[in-house]
Ligand binder design. Structure first.
Ligand SMILES: Cc1cc2nc3c(=O)[nH]c(=O)nc-3n(C[C@H](O)[C@H](O)[C@H](O)COP(=O)(O)O)c2cc1C
Length: 169
């Protein structure tokens, strides 16, 4: 698949079949995450794979959507700010590094026919408890991972001339 075709094919999948993700596909998406660039190559990320079986009631407290708890797998992308590169003005790049790694994973998932959906509106406190996250770890985003059970909706995007400037603001 051409890259632009792949990018346009990805959509937020809010409905999953119960079928489990095969190990070889999970390995592919994790490897895509592993090879993401990060500031100063610090790789300040941890990705936690959650098998949802038998945990649905607890997962509801984290993000109360049927499509979220019914996906076979969930992935939580965490950042380690204490390991991240920090610019001289104090800006910590954890969120950028996690987002790039997560996007690699999500695009690789699309290529192998798996659905994903960025989720940030979770209850972070419940998630921290559920995963036993150390205080310094930031849960940045989650995604379900599984086979789509819904069709894509048309993409709504601003036109390029509203998103791009040339030479100056
Ligand atoms: C950082 C981020 C956080 C998001 N959080 C949520 C969320 O909590 N719940 C949800 O249903 N969708 C969430 N989304 C999905 C967006 O709503 C979606 O990407 C956007 O509407 C464009 O649609 P598309 O992904 O189908 O192209 C999030 C997306 C991003 C990038």
């Amino acid at each position: 698949m051409q890259f632009l075709e792949l990018v346009k094919k990805r959509y937020s999948v809010r409905g999953y079949k119960p079928d489990m993700v095969e190990d070889n596909k999970l390995k592919i998406v994790l490897e895509a995450m592993q090879f993401a660039p990060s500031a100063s190559n610090r790789q300040p990320v941890q990705f936690i794979i959650i098998n949802t079986q038998g945990k649905k009631q607890e997962l509801r407290k984290i993000y109360d959507r049927d499509w979220f708890i019914n996906a076979p797998l969930l992935i939580c992308a965490c950042g380690l700010p204490h390991e991240s590169w920090v610019r001289s003005d104090g800006t910590n790049y954890t969120f950028v590094d996690v987002a790039i790694a997560m996007d690699h994973l999500i695009l690789a998932a699309t290529e192998v026919g798996l659905g994903t959906c960025w989720v940030a509106a979770f209850n972070a406190q419940e998630l921290r408890k559920f995963l036993g996250l150390p205080e310094e770890v930031i849960p940045v985003a989650m995604t379900p991972l599984g086979y789509p059970d819904i069709e894509p909706t048309p993409k709504e995007r601003k036109p390029l001339d509203e998103l791009v400037r040339y030479d100056h603001w």
